[in-house]
Write a protein that binds this ligand. Structure first.
Ligand code: ATP
Ligand code: MG
Length: 454
């Protein structure tokens, strides 16, 4: 953060603290309401509980609503309990319905019900409708505060309607055009509206090839569409093409962050959902199942090496290169995995792109294997003064790297085909699998070359 911003934050904080100590509500509000809700939220959450309880009484529920959705969900839950239930209900009613739903989704069911009962009916209904949609679908992230007009209005009338609806709409950038049954028939942007002739009809100006998403669409696909089309909002329709809500680009940014961190956790074999507030015990409980499976697989690898005990006894120098070969297999496998998972995440998952990706990875594996193999062969030859040992380790590296690059790419692609989230084909799993493959190749070759090694 730039120095000046930090200095401003400190000044801001000390002014506010002053006002709070003197209980000077006007001075507090004057300073506080001037800054961005994000900065308000940052200041608010960094205070002690008793100070927070004082601050919220200075602010109207609508003002609190502005800053509240900038808090992360753990802080939101904590802070809700510090405020009077009627205040919370009013604040939730003042928020955009999708933001209120985000808050409520983190709470216990009976709590949600109790807030909804004290809330005014209209707001409660809007929120209740949104709460029904399944998590991570378009329906669950959309909001209902959009501007809709009918096609037979003139541009002048449309402007008037827009002006009257603007205070409550989440975005006024796109105006959606609906028929009498509330079915979406067109869209125009604020720019389209402003530059159009006042006397023209909306139907003449509007764009009738509307890009939309259906309520049950996965949020990740919605994010992809938003990126592809560069719109700042997308309409959400039900199966009869009724306009139900809109999804705005700011919510999509949260989706992208959420999905990326989820994929990242899965790649490392860590179940998602370990935020800042997790306990050691719950974290261990979540991670252990995977680790135990990997442990058992590791045991299997160990027993494989045990089978080659005789070979090892005869040529004990072989043991020196096990970590090298297994490690290199793990490394290339993980690299290929990352490329494949990224390819799938970017939507390159049709049959042709998959085949192409796989071909490219096999090619890459062959080149990597060849270069590393030759290098290792030369080094071992010079170091151990043993040509056949160099040949063995070099060939093993060549085969292992080629195969493990291929499995690293192949496994996520196959999993994707069977509709298993490829991010679950995590790094640790591929690494362990490649350990097994590399051990088999290495000792297989060693057994073949045995006569030359002793
Ligand atoms: P600016 O580029 O300055 O933001 P604009 O009017 O070009 O203004 P864009 O967001 O670029 O606005 O939208 C481009 C066009 O796409 C607009 O004419 C708008 O009517 C149209 N549009 C908006 N949403 C949709 C949609 N869901 N489906 C199809 N067209 C849409
Ligand atoms: Mg444009």
């Amino acid at each position: 953060m730039p120095d000046t911003k930090k200095k401003m934050d400190e000044e801001f904080a000390s002014l506010l603290m002053n006002a709070i100590q003197k209980n000077d509500i006007d001075a507090f509000r004057k300073e506080f309401l001037e800054v961005h809700p994000y900065d308000q939220a940052k200041f608010f959450v960094s205070q002690e509980e008793d100070i927070r309880k004082q601050i919220y009484t200075y602010l109207s529920p609508a003002e609190m609503a502005e800053l509240f959705h900038n808090l992360d969900s753990e802080d939101q839950e904590k802070i809700l309990h510090e405020m009077a239930p009627s205040y919370v209900a009013e604040m939730l009613a003042q928020m955009y319905a999708d933001d209120a739903v985000d808050v409520l989704n983190e709470l216990e069911k009976d709590q949600v019900v109790s807030y909804l009962t004290i809330m005014d009916d209209e707001a409660a209904k809007e929120i209740k409708d949104l709460l029904h949609y399944e998590e991570k679908t378009a329906g669950s992230i959309m909001t209902t505060e959009f501007v809709a007009i009918s096609a037979n209005k003139t541009i002048r009338e449309a402007m008037k309607i827009l002006k009257s609806e603007a205070p409550d709409a989440e975005t006024i950038y796109y105006i959606y055009v609906v028929d009498d049954e509330k079915r979406l028939v067109g869209v125009l942007s604020l720019r389209d509206l402003i530059i159009a002739d006042d006397n023209k009809l909306v139907s003449e100006v509007m764009n009738d090839r509307v890009v939309y998403v259906s309520v049950s669409e996965d949020q990740e696909n919605v994010a992809r569409m938003m990126m592809d089309y560069d719109f700042v909002a997308l309409p959400v329709l039900d199966y009869q093409r009724h306009l139900l809500g809109i999804i705005t680009v700011d919510d999509i940014m949260d989706v992208i962050e959420e999905e990326a961190s989820e994929d990242y956790s899965k790649l490392a074999g860590v179940p998602d959902g370990e935020g800042n507030g997790y306990s050691a015990f719950s974290a261990a409980k979540k991670r252990l199942p995977w680790l135990i499976i990997l442990l058992l697989l590791g045991m299997f690898t160990a027993s494989l090496i045990g089978r080659f005990e005789e070979t090892l006894n005869k040529v004990s120098i072989l043991a020196v290169f096990i970590p090298l070969i297994a490690g290199m297999a793990g490394n290339t496998g993980t690299q290929a995995l990352a490329i494949a998972v990224r390819g799938i995440a970017l939507g390159e998952s049709d049959h042709n792109s998959k085949v192409q990706l796989l071909q490219k990875e096999i090619g890459t594996g062959l080149i990597i294997g060849f270069v590393c193999g030759i290098l290792v062969m030369l080094i071992v030859d010079v170091w151990q003064h043993n040509f056949y040992l160099g040949l063995l380790v070099g060939t093993a590296i060549f085969c292992t790297l080629t195969v493990s690059t291929m499995t690293g790419a192949l496994i996520p692609l196959v999993m994707h085909k069977f509709k298993i989230d490829p991010a679950v084909a995590s790094g640790p799993f591929i690494t362990t699998l490649n350990d097994i493959i590399s051990i088999l190749i290495y000792f297989g070759l060693a057994t073949l070359l045995m006569n030359y090694l002793v």
